[in-house]
Design a protein around this ligand. Sequence first.
Ligand code: AMP
Length: 144
Amino acid sequence: MIFQKILVAVDGEPISAHAADIAAELAQLTGAEMAFIHVIDAALVNAADTGIQPDVFVASAKEDARKLIDDFRKCLPQQVAALDFVPIGAPLTEIANAAKDWPADLIVIGSHGRGGIKRALLGSVAEGVMRNAPCPVLVVRAKT
Ligand code: AMP
C-alpha cells in the first residue's frame, strides 16, 4: 500500500473542504490514517493593527480551528481515523514540518490557482508546500 498517512491542510475555504473530501475518500480506499492540520498564522497573531492581545487572539483562533476540524471529522467515513494538528507559525512551513514530524506519506492541499499579479501579491501556500514537502503533494485546484 502506498499511502498510509495522509495529511490534509484545511483553512475554512471551500477549496480546502473539497481537498478534505478527496483525502477522506483516498483514506477510505487505501485504509490510510488521516490528520487534519490548520495553522494559526503567526503573521496575523503579531499584526499590530488588530488591537487584540496575542494570547486572546491565539485562544480564539485555536477554538475556531477545533470547530473547523470537528466539522470535517463529522463527515468522515466511520472507519477513517483522524488526528489533528493546530500549530502556530507560517502555514507553508508548518504544513511541511508536520508532514516531516508525523510523518505523512501524502499531503492533500487546496489551491485557489491564482496567477499573475494576484499570486505575486498574495503568494501561494500550495506552491510553497510543494517546494518544501518531504513527500508527494496532491493539489486540489479551485475551478476557474
Ligand atoms: P493557495 O491558494 O495556493 O495559497 O493555497 C490555499 C490552500 O492552502 C488552502 O486550500 C489550504 O489547503 C492551505 N492553507 C492555506 N492556509 C492554511 C492554514 N492556515 N492552515 C492550513 N492550511 C492552509
